[in-house]
Design a protein around this ligand. Structure first.
Ligand code: NAD
Length: 516
């Protein structure tokens, strides 16, 4: 069966009158079925409707560069080294034997999508094979860090990757040195000061912006790239004090940068630089980098912004378990989450202002799941469940973050069901493949356009909420509600690529198998 799938992967072609393909574009027609609900007194009137969409995918694969802010950190080094290990098929030994590189933990590279049925057997192919996607091994990496260590030494400092693999990667990584970065000490923990030896001098934020813009332009030109994507995987900053007069529009934001306003964070400067250089920007940390002025800049430049905060271990599980409980008609009443971790991220989060950013993004992740069920939560007051987040820095734990969660739920006749979950999240080993997915999907979505009811083709909204499966506090276009439930987020992504490829969306009725 696996063999058959492999064959199909190589040769999958959609034969349908609703799909057209030439050398450059794949155009798929899709009749989207939805239900319009009207309220009539205390009754809902449901009116099914069909809207025609066309999805046009540019099938030409570009040469892509990625610039990471925080390149010398645990995530930056693990991602770069992990991709190089795959690219050069580097094997290594540990006490458990010889290891082959892989992309486990990557939705695009290691998960599969059902494309249909062959007789009565379901046929699955890798996610990455449904639409033409960039091969992660072809991405050119670059970036900035406030620490000057080359990536080989930075990988040693991170203590994430097995020692033998570190040694084998050294010849590749020691040549990679992060560019000097912008450092605004007020935004990250004071304890980060001792690694900040690679800093662009001065306090002029406009000059900083221009240097970062030049770095991006040079990187693109020197590597002969078709496009560049920027991603923030540097320390969690405190929230900037958002002010419409400072951050509210592109013009006000640029003026605030010109006057070096104290509430312009380093991450916002990077986001602006990305937009002004025509690059999409992804925020992997929880802080409010993507202020309205950044969104307007991105809109004008025709690029995407996405955020906030990678959804890796504990939160991924939370949005899965709570979805299961509420979906089963069981009422979560309390979620108490303890974390302790010993990596540099934990050290930074030990400062209250940075912790507050993380607390916010960890707390909002079940809101929509609870709000959807008015049987369990008929009032606002009941929605206000005990949801407590504790994070402690314990250096000995290193990157093996421990997450201990207690979920207390109300069941039939006033009973209680309690789950105590102990999750050892090898933090950067979970984050690195996820970062890769964010980059690959963002790049793919830059090549997709849609048309509704035969209108002009247009790109997706500037705030790329399609990536919500990968984000702890997914940012959406204004007026669009956020979905946190994990299976809904994944189904959304899967269905989008299927629809763009001209495949049928799966409603799981399996009628062709039951009655085919
Ligand atoms: P890390 O501390 O190891 O790496 C961050 C790097 O950013 C450091 O090398 C630091 O020197 C650098 N840095 C700080 N300020 C900078 C600036 N202004 N410009 C350039 N570089 C700067 O942390 P990490 O474990 O790699 O995590 C990175 C970020 O991702 C953190 O904000 C973390 O909260 C977030 N995150 C991580 C995970 C995960 O599972 N690893 C999940 C969600 C979010």
């Amino acid at each position: 069966f696996v063999y058959i799938c492999q064959q199909l992967i190589q040769s999958m072609k959609v034969q349908s009158t609703t799909t057209q393909q030439d050398d450059h574009f794949l155009i798929a027609d899709y009749d989207y079925k939805s239900t319009n609900i009207e309220k009539n007194g205390d009754k809902y009137i449901a009116k099914p409707q069909i809207t025609n969409f066309k999805f046009k995918t540019d099938t030409r694969i570009p040469k892509v560069g990625v610039m990471l802010v925080g390149w010398g950190g645990n995530n930056g080094t693990t991602l770069t080294g992990g991709i190089l290990a795959n690219k050069f098929n580097i094997t290594w030994n540990s006490r458990r034997g010889t290891h082959q590189p892989n992309f486990y933990g990557s939705l695009t590279q290691s998960s599969v999508i059902k494309i249909g049925t062959c007789n009565t057997e379901e046929v699955f192919v890798p996610f990455k094979d449904v639409l033409p996607m960039v091969n992660p091994c072809d991405i050119v990496f670059g970036g900035w860090d406030i620490s000057s260590l080359n990536l080989a030494d930075a990988m040693g400092r991170a203590q994430v990757v097995d020692y033998d693999l570190q040694q084998k990667l050294r010849p590749y990584l020691e040549k990679l040195v992060p560019l000097p970065s912008i450092y605004y000490p007020d935004f990250i923990a004071a304890n980060q000061g001792d690694r900040a030896d690679n800093v662009i001098p001065g306090n002029n934020k406009l000059e900083h912006l221009n240097i970062i813009r030049k770095n991006i332009a040079d990187f693109k030109q020197q590597n002969n790239l078709d496009k560049v994507i920027l991603l923030w995987t540097a320390n969690t900053e405190r929230f900037c004090v958002e002010d419409p007069n400072v951050h509210g529009t592109a013009e006000k934001l640029m003026k605030s940068i010109e006057s070096s306003h104290p509430e312009i964070s380093a991450s916002t400067i990077f986001a602006c630089a990305a937009c002004l250089e025509g690059c999409s920007f992804i925020n992997g940390s929880p802080q409010n980098t993507i202020v309205p002025g950044v969104i307007e800049l991105a809109e004008k430049a025709g690029v995407f912004v996405a955020g906030d905060d990678f959804k890796t271990g504990q939160t991924k599980f939370k949005t899965c378990l709570v979805e299961y409980l509420v979906g089963a008609g069981i009422k979560p009443k309390a979620i108490i989450s303890y974390n302790h971790l010993g990596n540099n991220d934990g050290k930074n989060l030990s400062q209250e202002s940075c912790f507050k950013s993380k607390e916010r993004s960890k707390k909002t992740c079940v809101d929509d799941i609870l709000e959807s069920n008015k049987v369990l939560y008929p009032t606002e007051e009941e929605l206000n469940i005990d949801h407590t987040i504790v994070i402690k820095y314990c250096p000995e734990t290193g990157d093996s973050k421990k997450a201990m969660d207690e979920y207390i739920a109300e069941i039939f006749l006033g009973g209680r069901q309690t789950f105590a979950v102990y999750n050892v999240c090898e933090d950067s080993l979970l984050a690195a493949p996820l970062i890769m997915d964010l980059l690959l999907l963002c790049e793919l979505f830059e090549r997709i356009q849609f048309s509704k009811d035969s209108s002009e083709f247009q790109r997706f909204d500037t705030v790329l909420s399609w990536l919500s499966y990968l984000m702890k506090a997914p940012k959406s276009e204004s007026g669009i509600t956020t979905i946190n439930a994990l299976s809904r987020q994944r189904a959304m992504l899967e269905n989008l690529v299927k629809v763009c490829a001209g495949l049928t969306v799966d409603d799981n009725l399996r009628l062709e198998v039951r009655y085919g």
